[in-house]
Design a protein around this ligand. Structure first.
Ligand SMILES: Nc1ncnc2c1ncn2[C@@H]1O[C@H](COP(=O)(O)OP(=O)(O)OP(=O)(O)O)[C@@H](O)[C@H]1O
Ligand SMILES: [Mg+2]
Length: 298
């Protein structure tokens, strides 16, 4: 069964999709893992990064997206889900002799409408709105979990808001990775996602959970190396588990966002970001419940 890694922050534009795709490529190339990226965002950035506009439009027309899967299977979870997945995606070349590769469950602009429809469907069975929400969220989590059978790692690229899909991803995740930009609102954003993940109501309740026991870790992204950034990070580290790895603001990372048909090596794609990605990869997959199972003997 795969490990599930959600990349989440309610704040937009902090590097969730960028980090999700970087870690997917890194886990396939360096960790030899079979990785599935599940695109839970109606903006579909991770899908566009991994297959480009043309292949994404084709998948949409063919009904191969997360919204189609969830809608089709809402009443019948047991059916085969592998038909909704695109294999061998991304613009990094992986050796044929190794099992590491990246697959994608494409996102969809329809995901929000579908969640509304599922809510109505479930309302026919339950009257209480809170109970309906719990049911829909739980069923989405179970449907997402199904994909774990064929992969070593499932990366859930979450939307900035709080959809059922985003909440289900937080429930399902073995680890929630929270990228943030070190600005004056990041404390508030981290507090919010932390309380959701740890299912507590207040900052004080959160502080009762030791940092080492939290199910999330935070990643400082887009650093410019300024002194006030370091002060802010020191402050945040008192309240939240922060990764030692910090991602600088780099053109190579910004460029990696654009889809390119030509498959290339990790070094060609990520250039001067490689040492930071290595550190990120090694640190994330050293977290006890994220460690991959031992590689099978050749
Ligand atoms: N370390 C970095 N260096 C340079 N550019 C970056 C870095 N991280 C992210 N970016 C850029 O910042 C922008 C936002 O990144 P991204 O789309 O990954 O954020 P997001 O949190 O997924 O946004 P959304 O909430 O809209 O889904 C993109 O243009 C991306 O290329
Ligand atoms: Mg995104």
């Amino acid at each position: 069964m795969a490990r599930f890694l959600a990349v989440s922050n309610r704040k937009g534009g902090v590097g969730k999709s960028t980090t999700a795709v970087m870690l997917a490529h890194a886990a396939a190339a360096w960790g030899n893992q079979r990785v599935l990226v599940m695109d839970l965002d109606t903006q579909c950035n991770a899908s566009l990064m991994l297959v480009g506009g043309e292949a994404f439009a084709k998948a949409r027309r063919a009904g191969l997206t997360i919204a189609d899967y969830i809608y089709d299977r809402f009443d019948n979870v047991a059916d085969d889900e592998s038909g909704y997945v695109l294999n061998g995606v991304g613009d990094v070349a992986h050796a044929m002799t190794r099992q590491g590769r990246v697959s994608l469950l494409p996102g969809s602009q329809k995901l929000e409408d579908i969640q509304g429809e599922l809510f109505l469907k479930q309302s026919k069975k339950d009257i209480d709105a809170d109970a309906v929400a719990v049911q829909v969220r739980g069923r989405m989590r179970r449907m997402m979990k199904h994909f774990g059978m064929d992969f070593d790692l499932v990366v859930l690229d979450c939307p900035p808001g709080l959809s059922f899909a985003a909440l289900a991803a937080l429930d399902l995740a073995d680890l929630v990775l929270v990228p943030f930009r070190p600005d004056f609102v990041s404390q508030f954003a981290l507090d919010q996602v932390a309380q959701l993940v740890e299912r507590v109501e207040t900052h004080d309740d959160l502080q009762d959970i030791p940092l080492g026991e939290r199910r999330y870790v935070c990643l400082a992204n887009t650093l410019k190396g300024a002194g006030e950034e370091r002060m802010l990070l020191d402050q945040l580290a008192l309240d939240h588990p922060l990764l030692k790895t910090r991602m600088p603001l780099l053109d190579s990372i910004a460029r990696a966002f654009d889809w390119d048909e030509r498959k290339k090596s990790m070094e060609q794609k990520y250039q001067d970001a490689i040492p930071f990605m290595r550190a990120l990869h090694d640190e994330v997959f050293a977290v006890p419940h994220m460690k991959p199972e031992l590689e099978p003997a050749a």
